[in-house]
Design a protein around this ligand. Structure first.
Ligand SMILES: [Cu+2]
Length: 163
C-alpha cells in the first residue's frame, strides 16, 4: 500500500522534471520584479531579468542561462552569509564569479550551492567569466542606488582575477 503510493509519487516527480526540461522557457513566474529597473549600477552591459528581495532569507536561487542571470539583482541583508543555489539552465557552461570570493563553473544542467558573504553596505558584482561582455552579470546588493564592486580588496593569494 505504502510502497505503491511512493512509487507513483516518484513517477509524478519524474514526469514533472522531464516536462520541465522539454518546456524550454521557464513559465513558472518566480515573483521577481519587473526587469529594467536596475537597483545597482554596473560597469558594462547587463541583461536585466529582474530583482529579487532575499533580505529576509538566508538562501536565494539564481539561474544561469544563455546569457544572463535570473534574477539579475538580489537584495540581501547586510553582513549576512547567503547560500546561493545556482543552476545552469542554459546550453553553455557558465561561471558564477565574484572577484576575490567565488569562481565556480557550471556545466549545462549542473546545480551548485555557494556561500556569499554580503557586505555591510554597497553591492557585490557577480558575473560569468565567459559571457560578461554579453551582459551576463548582476549584483547582490544591500541598498538600492549603490554601484557594485568585487569583494573588498583581496591581497594576492593567487586568486588571479585575470585583469
Ligand atoms: Cu556564461
Amino acid at each position: 500500500m505504502m510502497r505503491r503510493f511512493t512509487a507513483s509519487a516518484a513517477l509524478v516527480v519524474v514526469a514533472l522534471i522531464v516536462f520541465g526540461a522539454c518546456g524550454g522557457s521557464s513559465s513558472r513566474s518566480k515573483k521577481s520584479s519587473t526587469p529594467g529597473s536596475a537597483p545597482v549600477t554596473l560597469t558594462g552591459s547587463v541583461t536585466d531579468k529582474g530583482t529579487k528581495d532575499a533580505s529576509s532569507s538566508s538562501s536565494v536561487e539564481i539561474e544561469a542561462d544563455d546569457f544572463y542571470f535570473n534574477p539579475t539583482f538580489i537584495k540581501a541583508k547586510p553582513g549576512q552569509t547567503v547560500t546561493v543555489e545556482l543552476k545552469n539552465e542554459g546550453k553553455q557552461p557558465h561561471t558564477f564569479t565574484i572577484d576575490g570570493m567565488v569562481d565556480q563553473m557550471l556545466n549545462p544542467a549542473q546545480t551548485m550551492n555557494v556561500q556569499v558573504a554580503v557586505p555591510q553596505s554597497g553591492a557585490l558584482n557577480f558575473y560569468c567569466r565567459f559571457h560578461r561582455g554579453r551582459g551576463m552579470q548582476g549584483a547582490i546588493y544591500t541598498t538600492a542606488g549603490s554601484s557594485a564592486t568585487g569583494a573588498p580588496t583581496t591581497t594576492g593569494a593567487g586568486s588571479g582575477a585575470g585583469y
